[in-house]
Design a protein around this ligand. Structure first.
Ligand SMILES: *Cc1c(COP(=O)(O)O)cnc(C)c1O
Length: 777
């Protein structure tokens, strides 16, 4: 028996006193994970030499770690045979909840980057927060979203090690807390692999919980101090949530930024002595969005308190940090109220003022006219603009897809680009093919490897060698057989999780992503209604039966997004209850969409819905996951969709709708009511919201959705995201797609060409670009 299998048996016996046959799923999970950890540990030590990069991120959406780690370590097969020998199988781990310490794309990107860096030999460590509760667990009750706390630690946390010795104290105006790090090994795959570290900080009371049971006052005070400290890392903020709690959010940001920097400074001094002037040659720090930007004044403070003057310290700060912008939506650009900031971290405010003064000098030097200065000020009208600080005090600002970077340079932040053009650069996002193909789709991986070998696992560009096979009928048929198998598997998952019988002979058309108006799940819903009425009215005949699948969480405070979930669930009910369409349409909204669900949904997809309003989706990454698994994109000219169709061919995808330039031209004159009046199909589907066809349980939310399109609201104009503008072209493009899929082999060819051209969307490529062009590691 192998050492690995022996370790598992030993851990089960010693820690739980059970045999594999007697053990619970969580016990097996814990023992297998820790047996693997024991092996990873041998390669897991930080090398003393050489520059390291650090990824500061408020979110790491890791998903389930066991599969990916075993895969990368080459232990997956061994684990499977160990389990089989005891009458078990890997599917048992489906019970283990995800580590969902992130909202969506931004957090998942951080996770993909860690995997790629470790695989490509790039020394990159992740720094973030060990939230006690991850993103809420979602269920539907009568079609409405319900939220429950996500207690992910109840499955134990065998992939992390508490490092008591590296705890640091973090000071706020009204409390001081201890930041205790939990480290996870980030295990790369293949020959160049490293074992890097993900370090997540947990907030605890400064002193041990020394309660005095017999002194009620002392006891309550101790309890209160503990709870107040632990609150800082208790919950992940759902994005798009603009309600109160800002103060805690700021504390979270300072908490992990200050802890991470204290850690790096301590390590630096241990290796290089007390003079910090070489700090930027030892560490490169990437700020994942503005959430960790408070690190900038914090590092300035640490350097100046060590005796460095401002100019020297500022130079170190600029050379150390780089900033990734993830959105240009005004409401998502972070600003902090000056008074709030001062009341949370007063020790930092003088350093923000120093930055503001330095900016003022720079603007004067560059002769920026007075009236233009407003666009630059870090401290402006009582607020601190974090994106401005991030651009000014770093050496690199990057967007996450080509169009997004162009929009940053030329329309979102042109005044900054004018002064510092050399700082702006693009790093198109990517995804790790280990999780998003090898692990989640072994059937397709097997087919690919059978044709071109397995080099693609660490070099995704090798997929290009599939191009000649796209025309090969045997490969086309094999691909279709794999797709059918993945659809059958998904139908089974959905049957058991949702109690819904998905027909595996239908075309699977999938939209999965956070629920947001700009992503336009609402437009998808309207287009399904158009199909529904088209069938009923006899306008649409011989439709290839289609199943529409959705997965999305809405931020708990985002009323309209929750209304859209209810709407889609009501459309599902309408379709399901109608004999005339039941054989042609299915609609299902899966509950609790997360990384593990995505791993089931994506391999089964034939159509990838990427329909954001042009100019709003910075990049998207689910579009890349679908492409890699052989789905065609039905999408707008937005984010990375543009690069996807450029690589895979417009003829192999389905692009529709207004482009950024069209929308810019139209902006002032756009009138959705005109479209509503002129186009009976649009009128028909919009009216279904308010004429009693669909019921919102008397909440009024469907009326609100209707009004948001046709009337607008005080804070936005009618149809802010141009749903009605794109609706009919969308429906027509989808019908064209639906006609095309009948030629199964021709469709398989399109899918194969998407796979063959997905190489550039590996996060291995992205991480190498960051390493070379930004971090110099
Ligand atoms: C990839 C991924 C996302 C990002 O999806 P987009 O469609 O690019 O917004 C969000 N959530 C999960 C769970 C993911 O795996």
């Amino acid at each position: 028996m192998s050492a690995f299998s022996q370790d598992i048996l030993e851990l089960l016996r010693l820690d739980y006193g059970v045999s594999p046959e007697q053990a619970s799923t969580v016990q097996i999970y814990d023992a297998v994970s820790r047996a693997a950890m024991a092996q990873a540990r041998r390669r897991w030590q930080t090398p003393a030499r050489g520059k390291r990069a650090c990824y500061f991120s408020a979110e790491f959406l890791m998903g389930r770690m066991i599969g990916a780690n075993l895969y990368n370590m080459g232990l997956l097969k061994e684990c499977a045979s160990f389990l089989a020998a005891h009458g078990l199988d890997m599917n048992m781990f489906e019970e283990i909840g995800d580590a969902a310490l992130g909202n969506g794309g931004l957090g998942r990107l951080a996770a993909c980057f860690l995997d790629s860096a470790a695989t490509c030999g790039v020394p990159l460590d992740g720094y973030g927060i060990r939230y006690r509760y991850g993103l809420f667990a979602q269920t539907f009750e009568d079609g409405f979203q319900k939220e429950a706390p996500d207690d992910w630690q109840r499955f134990t946390d065998p992939w992390a090690v508490r490092r008591e010795e590296d705890a640091v104290l973090i000071r706020f105006a009204d409390q001081t807390v201890r930041a205790v790090p939990y480290d996870s090994p980030v295990i790369g795959c293949g020959e160049n692999a490293l074992v890097n570290t993900l370090r997540l900080w947990q907030a605890e009371a400064q002193r041990p919980f020394d309660f005095d049971l017999f002194n009620r006052q002392k006891y309550s005070a101790a309890v209160e101090e503990r709870d107040r400290a632990e609150a800082i890392s208790a919950v992940l903020y759902p994005n798009d949530d603009t309600r109160e709690g800002k103060r805690l959010r700021l504390k979270q940001q300072y908490f992990f930024s200050a802890a991470s920097l204290a850690d790096l400074v301590k390590r630096y001094k241990a290796a290089h002595g007390p003079d910090l002037s070489g700090f930027a040659e030892a560490y490169a720090i990437q700020l994942n969005d503005t959430h960790p930007t408070i690190s900038i004044p914090e590092l300035l403070r640490l350097l100046m308190e060590e005796g460095m003057d401002f100019d020297a310290a500022f130079a170190v700060v600029c050379r150390t940090f780089a900033y990734t912008n993830h959105t240009i939506m005004a409401e998502a650009l972070e600003k902090w109220d000056v008074n709030l900031f001062k009341s949370v971290v007063p020790q930092l405010y003088p350093y923000v003022e120093l930055l503001e003064n330095a900016l003022e000098m720079e603007l004067a030097l560059r002769r920026v006219p007075r009236e233009k200065k407003q666009n630059y000020r870090i401290i402006c009208r009582g607020q601190i603009h974090m994106a401005r600080m991030a651009i000014f005090a770093t050496h690199s600002t990057n967007g996450v897809a080509r169009i997004h970077t162009e929009i940053i340079k030329h329309s979102a932040l042109p005044e900054w680009y004018a002064l510092w053009p050399e700082r702006f650069n693009n790093k198109t996002n990517g995804i790790t093919q280990r999780r998003w193909l090898a692990l989640c789709n072994p059937e397709l991986s097997g087919l690919i490897t059978q044709r071109i070998g397995d080099g693609w696992i660490t070099d995704l560009d090798q997929l290009k060698r599939l191009v000649p096979y796209a025309d090969d009928p045997a490969t086309q048929d094999a691909f279709l057989a794999v797709k059918e198998e993945k659809k059958r598997q998904l139908a089974q998952v959905i049957r058991s999780k949702e109690g819904f019988r998905l027909d595996p002979t239908f075309l699977y058309d999938i939209q999965i992503k956070r629920l947001h108006e700009y992503k336009r799940q609402f437009m998808n819903a309207l287009s399904i209604l158009d199909l529904y009425y088209g069938i009923k009215e006899g306008r649409i005949t011989d439709l290839q039966p289609t199943a529409f699948l959705f997965g999305a969480k809405a931020a708990p405070g985002y009323y309209r997004a929750k209304g859209i979930i209810k709407l889609i669930n009501e459309i599902a009910r309408l379709v399901d209850g109608d004999e005339a369409v039941r054989g042609l349409l299915q609609v299902v909204f899966v509950q609790n969409y997360n990384v593990s669900y995505a791993e089931k949904l994506i391999p089964a997809a034939e159509v990838s819905e990427q329909i954001s309003t042009a100019g709003t989706e910075a990049s998207g990454t689910s579009n890349m996951k679908f492409m890699l698994n052989g789905a065609v994109t039905l999408g707008t000219y937005d984010g990375a969709n543009i690069e996807i169709v450029e690589a895979a061919g417009e003829e192999n995808n389905y692009i529709f709708g207004a482009r950024v330039e069209d929308i810019e031209k139209l902006r002032q004159s756009y009138d959705p009511k005109q479209i509503y009046q002129a186009e009976p199909r649009v009128r028909r589907v919009m009216d279904a919201l308010v004429d009693g066809t669909l019921s919102d349980g008397s909440t009024g939310v469907f009326r609100e959705l209707y009004d948001s399109i046709l009337e607008g609201a005080s804070w936005h104009r009618p149809d802010q995201y141009y749903l009605l503008l794109d609706l009919i072209p969308y429906c027509e493009t989808r019908l064209r797609l639906n006609r095309d899929v009948r030629d199964r082999r021709a469709f398989a060819k399109k899918c194969l060409l998407n796979i063959a051209n997905a190489g550039q969307f590996s996060s291995d490529r992205t991480i190498r670009q960051y390493a070379r062009e930004i971090w110099s590691v």
